[in-house]
Design a protein around this ligand. Structure first.
Ligand SMILES: Cc1ncc(COP(=O)(O)O)c(C=O)c1O
Length: 376
């Protein structure tokens, strides 16, 4: 959709990337690292100072209530990866053997299924329904069988903006313990939850964490998606296995960015604690500007995405609608059907007319797009 948006000079609210620059401090520090000659390989697991700063952040954000021995340890539990995409891929290769089943929830981020299939595994799909896109844990339990190896969760959730609650995490923990499963928890939007709602990280729950890989990305947090800087947090033994694969995928990630991010986490922790407010304001600018439109707005509790139902506006399916919107109307959005398995798409498209907008944009951009959308 971004290619089409550029071709037709449409306002691009499709692909999920911020329109703003990374913090000035972070840019200064990466420039400094490069000009000071810190341009060679870093240790495969990540620079120790960055591993330690990530652990400090996790302790502050999620583990204040835990005893010291339950808290994660940077050097043994954190691995730096080239984006969350690498972390997800490596976690899946670590866990999944041919014939294993992995439960994923649709709509799902697109990298999970190919990674499971490359490992020889099979995805078992469970559909989440609009408008809440909540997980029905009774259905999950019915889907579990002797071949089930792992469950992939994603909260805050791309593309729907839904989030998991404490009750969800405790239902998950019950199933994981009862059936000896593992969890891959994609938390790349961890610092973006709204209206006072708390992000229920797996890192808050020591028992669940014993069987989990928690994946995150600095691209979302520091407005630098192009740097492809991510990480995976897992218990000692799982981390040891994860690192054996990571070593031969990328070996290590971009050294200057690791130096700069470690300094940023230490010097300006407030960037992270203010991120939820920052994005909540963006969400509200867009929601308010769309109040008089004929779209139905779905709740966005986290991420930088808002779903719109366009049933009152057009009979086109979601792909056709997004193409029309980009080419003829001048606003690019993402259809939701590609987030469902190919064989389910035709049936999905018959019953659902939902598109995703990204509000990680300057207010001017959001207001201009909303003004156009209100005319439909
Ligand atoms: C849910 C989800 N997981 C993972 C990723 C990948 O993150 P990265 O760009 O750090 O590889 C994204 C990026 O959009 C995402 O939305």
């Amino acid at each position: 959709m971004s290619v089409m948006a550029n071709q037709y000079q449409a306002i691009n609210l499709s692909q999920g990337f911020p329109e703003f620059e990374p913090p000035a401090f972070l840019k200064d520090k990466i420039n400094q690292a490069i000009s000071e000659g810190k341009n060679q390989y870093s240790p495969s697991n990540g620079l120790p100072e960055l591993l330690t700063e990530i652990a400090n952040m996790v302790h502050r954000q999620y583990q204040v209530h835990l005893a010291d021995e339950q808290k994660i340890d940077g050097l043994n539990n954190v691995t730096i990866t080239s984006g969350a995409t690498e972390a997800l891929w490596v976690a899946i290769q670590t866990l999944v053997s041919p014939g294993d089943e992995v439960i994923i929830f649709d709509p799902a981020y697109d990298s999970y299924e190919p990674a499971v299939e490359l490992a020889g595994g099979i995805c078992r799909h469970i559909t989440l329904d609009a408008p809440s896109y909540a997980i029905n844990w009774a259905v999950v339990e019915k889907t579990i069988n002797a071949k089930t190896r792992a469950i992939i969760i994603n909260s805050p959730h791309n593309p729907t903006g839904s989030i998991l609650s404490q009750a969800d995490l405790s239902a998950l923990q019950g199933l994981v313990e009862q059936y000896n499963l593992y969890v891959i928890s994609d938390e790349v939007y961890e610092h973006m939850t709204f209206d006072g709602l708390r992000h229920e990280s797996v890192l808050r729950y020591p028992e669940l964490f014993k069987r989990a890989f928690v994946v995150s990305s600095f691209g979302k947090t520091f407005h630098c998606t192009g740097w492809k800087m991510g990480y995976c947090i897992a218990p000692d033994e799982l981390t040891a296995e994860f690192r054996k694969i990571h070593q031969f995928v990328t070996f290590c990630s971009f050294t200057p960015a690791q130096i700069a991010i470690a300094q940023m986490l230490k010097a300006q922790p407030v960037h992270i604690t203010e991120l939820a407010n920052f994005y909540q304001q963006k969400r509200d600018v867009l929601i308010n500007a769309l109040q008089d439109s004929r779209f139905t707005l779905l709740p966005s509790k986290g991420t930088y995405f808002l779903l719109l139902d366009y049933s009152a506006i057009s009979p086109l399916n979601d792909r056709e609608f997004c193409q029309w919107l980009t080419k003829e109307i001048g606003v690019a959005a993402i259809p939701l059907s590609p987030f469902y398995p190919a064989e389910q798409r035709p049936a999905y498209q018959q019953n659902n007319k939902v598109i995703r907008l990204c509000f990680a944009k300057n207010d001017d951009t959001l207001l201009k797009a909303a003004e156009i959308l209100c005319q439909l």
